[in-house]
Design a protein around this ligand. Sequence first.
Ligand SMILES: Cc1cc2nc3c(=O)[nH]c(=O)nc-3n(C[C@H](O)[C@H](O)[C@H](O)COP(=O)(O)OP(=O)(O)OC[C@H]3O[C@@H](n4cnc5c(N)ncnc54)[C@H](O)[C@@H]3O)c2cc1C
Length: 287
Amino acid sequence: MIPGPFSYHRPATVADAVKLLTTLGDDARPLAGGHSLVPMMKLRLATPEHLIDLHGIDGLKGIRRDGDNIVIGAMTTQHDLLASDEIAKSLPILHETALLIADPQVRYRGTVGGNVANGDPGNDMPALMMTLGASYRLEGPSGGRDIAASEFYQGAYFTALEPGELLTAISIPAPAAGHGYAYEKLKRKVGDYATAAAAVVLTMAGGKVTSCSIGLTNLSETPLLATDAAKAVIGTSLDPATLKKAADAATAIMSPAADARGPVEYRKHVGGIMVTRALTRAAAKAN
Ligand SMILES: Cc1cc2nc3c(=O)[nH]c(=O)nc-3n(C[C@H](O)[C@H](O)[C@H](O)COP(=O)(O)OP(=O)(O)OC[C@H]3O[C@@H](n4cnc5c(N)ncnc54)[C@H](O)[C@@H]3O)c2cc1C
């Protein structure tokens, strides 16, 4: 399959990219790693007339500590996450999740910014960013703004990005030392998108859960925060009855599509299992 014709632009600054996106309007799309956009173009599901390649812009790549936050440039690749000591030390769940995305070839090109800006319910990073309380930095024709990841996703491929806006960085509050974490992902085969996945970040004291956040991937047309499920485990030792209660509360908010990954009831069922497994494994890691 061959994409339709398009013009290629390679701006050197964020301001130039925003100007191009603004003047070219709906016919233009940012190009990051191209591992979601180009397959869509080859299938003619996306037919942008202008591609604005972000690779020429200095400063959009990298991982840095800013006080209590870890700031990741939009053009940082999934492989960069895996190679980062800062991520391994402060945000090990990001390392664990990146390793479950596709295969090394995709991870060398695919960017974190592209993954979270794409709006595909099957992308793994969005639910994780919501679980971690991350925010996104957006630059547009009327200046910059920050938006919580939990407010960014509005529907499948529909986000809070306004015309002309570019996502430039992701800011994640460093979780407490000793936190437990797990990303559990059921997929049909290595390299596949999730049939169902759950992210858990929690803290424990004296054998009881003191804080918990749970995110769900590919179990609705947007990533979900399972807040009632997370509340159900606070103050407990994650005994079997509590785990079931949490899985039931999470399942109640799932509305996955019926597709090649299975019918709705099956995907909700395995979604509950992912929540149970992620909670159990996160608790075992907490200290
Ligand atoms: C075989 C295969 C398997 C895959 N499996 C998985 C998987 O299991 N889990 C998973 O999460 N992903 C998976 N992916 C997708 C992969 O992670 C993509 O790299 C990712 O979804 C998009 O990142 P990208 O940098 O390639 O973005 P692109 O494809 O370049 O862009 C994606 C979309 O986001 C927009 N965009 C990109 N960057 C920005 C920005 N900075 N600001 C605003 N808009 C922007 C683009 O215009 C486009 O609409 C897979 C891909 C392939 C080819």
